[in-house]
Design a protein around this ligand. Structure first.
Ligand SMILES: C[S@@+](CC[C@H](N)C(=O)[O-])C[C@H]1O[C@@H](n2cnc3c(N)ncnc32)[C@H](O)[C@@H]1O
Length: 466
């Protein structure tokens, strides 16, 4: 059957954006000079120690030197402070065909007062598309054959990015869009209250991509037994079906099965126990046992629903919980990122996750949180340029420059706050703090990252400012 013609999207400046792909910048990785900010309390190794460990490629890890002295391997967590176009070029040396999940949340081109530059001025949609084209094209080469890319946008660029993504990844590899519900309730909207964004998803090769899944939701409980993670259900066996009055025991204890549900039911349960599907656990001081159903965690998933609820308010609270509240206007909720990343790494806990519009570092925290939760060894690669933080309402912003400052609170008894001067400094500090926090409960968790920047040629030729 003849294939329908592949449609392309045209805009002024597209040829220049495509031309960028033909001229790889002469750039290389460099270890970032430690700024004054994080001390040992941050829980991450020093830049020197991280750098030293980075020189050797980890087992099986492909290394790419990016024509410089620093080796970046697929075994490393990486945080790059640079323009993402240069970083994407350099990642081709170490990560081509290796990344399972790419999540990006680029500037939306809305013109809103955000903590980073969000508008493309006169260039409008054309400028935005010119910015995105080379970045998405380079992303494609980094994806594994079963890799997927999630692109979050609002209405402003949704139509345009769909066409651009289809052109780059192929319309046949477009999986559709999730709706992210980020707000609920009223507001002084002019016409209606917009409480959602879109997360468009493409596959490198749609035939290789498995279902998008999520863990069964609470009250489901997971436990690791003999090194395996199981969904543990101690109330699947009930006295009777239907509603229960509060306080009454609905679980049917093993010792009561025959009198309540009969011999056949007990025989069925005994067979399950013999096969290891159920175990008996003493129940309080009743002297009886609950029948507990164990389902291997990798079989205890359900498919994702197309609407993902994760309120923006939660994203702000996530930063507050790390002592970084009020620094960044609209961080995505960690819960959103754990949901998206998990959906494609449920059974692939060593996967590499890339976010090259990293902002406050939500994706880095989400990757660490997932590893802490399921014992995985996913790695993150984050890229964020050292853009000065713009004041957001109620924000405490810090010094200009690439680092951050430590500022004492008015009250000398208050803990010293880290006030980032740039978004990349915030991102770094957030990932360090999140890692330190998670490691307190999971000492085995790997939270170190290569702390890199890119040196070499100056601004890329023809690169639109964004
Ligand atoms: C919408 S924000 C991302 C927010 C992030 N998802 C979070 O949860 O914090 C977009 C980010 O991309 C960054 N950015 C824009 N252009 C960039 C570029 N060319 N290279 C690297 N970062 C860039 C901006 O500085 C901003 O921090």
């Amino acid at each position: 059957m003849p294939q329908p013609p592949q449609l392309t999207v045209a805009w002024p400046g597209k040829a220049d954006a495509e031309a960028l792909l033909g001229s790889r910048p002469r750039a290389r990785w460099a270890r970032r000079e430690a700024d004054g900010a994080p001390g040992p309390a941050s829980g991450a190794a020093s830049a020197e120690v991280r750098g030293a460990s980075a020189v050797e490629a980890g087992p099986g890890g492909k290394a790419g030197e990016g024509s410089g002295g620093v080796r970046v391997t697929q075994d490393d967590n990486v945080l790059v402070e640079a323009d993402n176009l240069e970083a994407l070029w350099l990642l081709q040396d170490s990560h081509a065909g290796a990344v399972k999940v790419v999540y990006i949340d680029p500037p939306y081109n809305t013109g809103n007062a955000l903590p980073y530059k969000d508008t493309f001025g006169q260039a409008g949609h054309a400028g935005w598309l010119s910015m995105m084209l080379p970045r998405l094209a380079l992303t494609k080469d980094l994806l594994r054959s079963d890799g997927t890319v999630f692109v979050q946008v609002d209405d402003t660029e949704s139509a345009y990015v769909t066409l651009l993504g289809n052109e780059i990844f192929g319309e046949e590899n477009y999986l559709g869009a999730f709706v992210h519900q980020r707000a609920k309730g009223g507001g002084n909207a002019k016409r209606w209250v917009r409480g959602h964004d879109y997360i468009h998803v493409w596959a490198r090769d749609i035939t290789q991509v498995g279902p998008f899944v999520r863990e069964k939701q609470p009250p489901a409980r997971y436990e690791t037994i003999d090194g395996e993670r199981y969904l543990v259900e101690d109330d699947f066996l009930r006295v009777s079906f239907g509603k229960y009055t509060r306080g009454s025991e609905r679980r049917l204890m093993y010792e009561d099965i025959v009198s309540v549900r009969g011999e056949a039911k007990k025989a069925e349960i005994d067979a399950g126990i013999a096969m290891g599907r159920y175990v008996l656990r003493p129940w309080g001081d009743t002297g009886k046992h609950a029948v507990v159903r164990l389902t291997p965690a990798d079989r205890a998933s359900s498919k994702m629903y197309s609407i993902v609820k994760a309120l923006g308010e939660t994203g702000r609270r996530d930063l507050e919980a790390l002592g970084l509240g009020g620094t960044f206007g609209y961080p995505k909720p960690v819960e959103l990122l754990t949901t998206l990343v998990l959906s494609q790494t449920f059974e692939d806990r060593d996967a590499i996750v890339l976010d090259f519009f990293a902002g406050s570092g939500t994706t880095g925290e989400a990757v660490l949180a997932l590893n802490a939760r399921d014992g995985g060894n996913r790695r993150f690669v984050l890229v964020q340029r050292p853009e000065a933080l713009r004041p957001v309402a109620g924000a405490r912003t810090g010094a200009e420059g690439t680092g951050g400052i430590r500022a004492a609170g008015d009250d000398a008894a208050e803990p010293i706050a880290f006030v980032p001067g740039t978004i990349s400094a915030l991102c770094r500090e957030r990932v360090r703090r999140a890692g330190a926090r998670l490691r307190a409960e999971h000492p085995e968790l790997v939270t170190d990252f290569l702390d890199l920047t890119v040196v070499g040629e100056g601004p890329l030729p023809g690169e639109p400012e964004c």
